[in-house]
Design a protein around this ligand. Sequence first.
Ligand SMILES: [Zn+2]
Length: 156
Amino acid sequence: MQNGIRKTVLPFVTNDLFSEMERIYSEEGKFSDESLLALHAVCGAPLERALEMLEKDCVTLLTTSNDIRQALQFFALQVSGGRGELYTLLPNINFCPCLAYAHQVVSARTHVTCKHVLAARLSQMMGRTVRKEATPEEVARILCLAAHADKGNELL
Ligand SMILES: [Zn+2]
């Protein structure tokens, strides 16, 4: 498929796990060891890196305050990588423009997702995202990304 985007389906168990983790976090203020181990069994090493990334508050929630774009509030996430790179992700979509995603998820299929997607999902559950208003240029770029991702990706 074009642009390196190919349909990737997360195991069904992942959504159940995320729901369970969200519930536990809202009740206890932390994830249980059991749920983290279960998620690790599905996601592997990228989960370990995602948890390290969460220590650094690496996820930014891009928002818009313009009335016309009201429906798009909280419409994208930006995750900063270890070397200052910035990856833009769409909420609840299993796609990331990073190299690891292209190699390990799309090509080799050795992993179900990358550390950025996991870090974004977990930090949303934890309410540990920094909010930032998107510039018009960012809005335009992200809408293009959304159009691409919409062609072939499953919900996370
Ligand atoms: Zn990634």
